[in-house]
Design a protein around this ligand. Structure first.
Ligand code: MG
Length: 160
């Protein structure tokens, strides 16, 4: 039997600084610190993009959307994820589910997770049950624990 399922994973990191917005999973989160990046610096959507691209063996987010290209300056990462969906659909795949973890010391992400799930599920064309988002801190240790950076991991399953 030939299985047409493919696993993928992605990781992303962005520095945190004052006077910047913090976008996570397509949602702007109220926060003292925001993420630094060429796009809107949405760490979760970038990790999901890389998971999907990896599963379809389509390189990585930086390969498709260069962080030096002025075309992508400040771009809404929901647009990038939508473009990634077109790429994987072009290879005949659809998303089964994603499972993600965001490492952020503060603010607490948990209250925002249902809304983020809705955004992500709509773009990935899956039920909300197909989008798992987990939040964790870094126990005040290292750059993530000291709120100098935010990190996200995403794993996904695609089917043909
Ligand atoms: Mg990124």
């Amino acid at each position: 039997m030939i299985l047409n399922i493919r696993i993928g994973y992605g990781i992303d990191v962005h520095r945190l600084e004052k006077n910047l917005p913090l976008f996570i999973g397509g949602l702007q989160i109220e926060s003292e610190l925001g993420a630094v990046g060429h796009s809107d610096a949405d760490v979760l959507l970038h990790a999901i993009c890389d998971a999907l691209l990896g599963a379809a063996n389509l390189r990585d987010i930086g390969y498709h959307f260069s962080d030096t290209d002025p075309k992508f300056k400040g771009i809404d990462s929901k647009i990038l994820l939508t473009e990634v969906m077109k790429l994987i659909e072009g290879k005949g795949y659809h998303v089964v589910n994603v499972d993600c973890t965001v490492v952020l010391e503060r603010p607490k992400l948990n209250p925002h997770i249902p809304e983020i799930q809705k955004f992500v599920a709509a773009i990935l064309k899956v039920d909300i049950d197909g989008v798992s988002i987990k939040a964790t801190t870094h126990e005040r240790v290292d750059s993530f624990g000291e709120s100098r950076a935010v990190k996200a991991y995403a794993a996904c399953l695609l089917n043909k």
